[in-house]
Design a protein. Structure first.
Length: 188
């Protein structure tokens, strides 16, 4: 069984490939760019996004939107995570957090799936954790070096292998829900 994952982010694809393989699903990578609208909820961003990608590809596909929501910053950068990572980066978030005692944050993920002529479906996942005081680790991508999941052993996502991150991550959780739904729908 093969599914198309539309993303410009190679790291996301590698993470998803491992999760899909465990369920007997092969992923095909497409980096077709689609427009992401501005909205507070990731599901509201990914639904029109994946619908557009599906129309461009003329094939069933899924896409994902993720973000880091920091409690002391009222959920910032949230749906603007891509832009904030490119502009302020990890050091920028650490500066904003200097002097904040509440270090809680969560990563959220929304996976969107669409078939030509159909309404898009969305599946979500999240992981709670803390923003570190300094960057730690070199694996993963984006905000991984400043985020330590609550259910972990204190390491950041950037100090974990892909399979370790996949045991806890927001993306893994959203994808697991999507793949379960998909296999049931396809009766496989
Ligand atoms: P797409 O083409 O799939 O949209 P993207 O990199 O633009 O790729 P998103 O908009 O979903 O992905 O993600 C926004 C940013 O949030 C992303 O660039 C990272 O900086 C950060 N981010 C998302 N998921 C992350 C994760 O698992 N670990 C660390 N940072 C993450």
């Amino acid at each position: 069984m093969t599914l198309i994952f539309v993303t410009t982010n190679r790291h996301k694809f590698e993470e998803a490939r491992e999760i899909a393989a465990r369920r007997g699903i092969t992923l095909e990578h497409r980096d077709t760019p689609y427009i992401e609208i501005q909205a507070d909820e990731l599901e509201d961003v990914i639904r029109p996004g994946v619908q557009q990608a599906c129309a461009l590809l003329k094939a069933p596909c899924f896409a994902e939107d993720a973000g880091l929501f920091v409690r002391a910053l009222q959920g910032f950068p949230g749906p603007y995570s891509n832009f904030v990572f490119r502009t302020l980066g990890n050091e920028g978030i650490l500066k904003l957090m200097a002097g904040e005692s509440d270090q809680r944050a969560e990563f959220r993920s929304a996976v969107g799936y669409c078939e030509p002529g159909q309404k898009p479906e969305a599946f979500t996942g999240k992981v709670e954790g803390n923003i570190m005081r300094e960057v730690k680790g070199t694996q993963g991508f984006g905000f991984d070096p400043i985020f330590s999941p609550k259910e972990g052993d204190g390491r950041t996502f950037a100090e974990m292998s892909t399979s370790e991150k996949n045991r806890l991550s927001h993306r893994a959780r959203a994808l697991e829900t999507f793949f379960r739904w998909y296999k049931q729908k396809e009766k496989v």
